[in-house]
Ligand binder design. Structure first.
Ligand SMILES: NCc1[nH]cc(CCC(=O)O)c1CC(=O)O
Length: 312
């Protein structure tokens, strides 16, 4: 067995927390192995002032890490699953998906606390088209303004730029110790999360069987099945975070997989939302099928109006 494992990570506080978390798990599991972090800057980290939807490009936060892995500078990369493109570069695999604890989005609104309580026309910060469309659907009066940057930056801008509320993932806030700033967990019936939100993905070289085996203890079956359906949905609509697409899958009490998803128009007036239930072993087909249904019910027209084609 190898003596040392090098984990590649972005340098944002959230990325470092995630990489440290996996490093600690590995150190506990394999006390004799040295585990190190190597910080790598990605394009997404460099372009901070442009809404992600405008930069486009898949794998904005992952590409440089993948190059390092293919060069064997690092053995694995830790990502938020939601930042992972649905198709990985040749030679790389998703080797473990960790247990998901929090999938929802959160409102941070020190004065008004909840969406319902926000005054008419309140200034709400998010650059996510998914969050924007779903929030406008229930509160068309709100003034949604762009808010980019990592979690710490966004919390700082909440005050500096006088937002009445900002929207962030519960998972990221909690990981960084900002759980107490959350004033409302936005229910999934209002806002479906991004694909894979709240789960960590560990990426390795496809042929590195040793590291894959070493990571097996971090793998969570239920989260993997659920996020497999979510990623299949996204792969079919080819949305990324550039379109208002939300999807959430979970395993119910009968061990069935329940997938819910939405495609929305940018103004939030139209939300095409539906759900499917099926067997866990058919996760991928279930996600694809739900995508077909939602596209057919009007999702395709929305995608086309955005200049995004997903006909297959
Ligand atoms: N887009 C950036 C990003 N990538 C992962 C998370 C949060 C952690 C997660 O969803 O697992 C965040 C911040 C956010 O959306 O608020």
């Amino acid at each position: 067995m190898r003596q040392k494992i090098t984990i590649g990570t972005r340098s944002s506080k959230l990325a470092l927390w995630q990489a440290e978390y996996v490093a600690d798990c590995l150190r506990k599991q394999y006390p004799d192995i040295q585990v190190e972090l190597l910080r790598i800057t990605t394009k997404g980290d460099k372009i901070l002032d442009v809404p992600l939807a405008k930069i486009g490009g898949k794998g904005l936060f992952t590409k440089e890490l993948e190059v390092a892995m293919l060069n064997s500078d690092i053995d694995l990369a830790v990502h938020s699953l939601k930042d992972m493109p649905t198709a990985l570069p040749k030679g790389l695999s998703l080797s473990a998906i960790t247990k998901r604890f929090d999938f929802n989005d959160a409102l941070v609104s020190p004065v008004y606390k909840t969406l319902e309580n926000l005054p008419k026309g309140a200034k709400v910060g998010t650059s996510s088209l998914r969050r924007k469309a779903q929030i406008l659907n229930v509160r068309p009066d709100l003034n949604i303004c762009n808010l980019r940057g990592n979690v710490n930056t966004r919390l700082r801008k909440l005050e500096e730029e006088h937002f009445d509320a900002i929207v962030l993932a519960v998972a990221g806030l909690k990981r960084l110790g900002f759980g107490d700033k959350i004033t409302q967990i936005i229910p999934a019936k209002i806002c479906l999360p991004a694909v894979g939100q709240g789960a960590l993905a560990i990426e390795t070289r496809s042929d590195d069987d040793e590291i894959k085996q070493m990571l097996a203890f971090l793998h969570d079956d239920k989260t993997t099945d659920a996020t497999t359906a979510e990623r299949a949905f996204l792969a079919r609509v080819e949305g990324g975070c550039q379109v208002p697409v939300g999807v959430y899958a979970q395993i119910d009490e009968d061990d069935k997989l329940v997938v819910e998803a939405v495609i929305g128009s940018l103004d939030g007036k139209t939300l095409i939302r539906d759900s499917l239930i099926g067997k866990r072993e058919n996760a991928s087909q279930l996600g694809t099928k739900l995508a077909e249904i939602i596209l057919q019910k009007g999702g395709l027209a929305i995608m086309q109006s955005l200049g995004l084609c997903c006909e297959k």
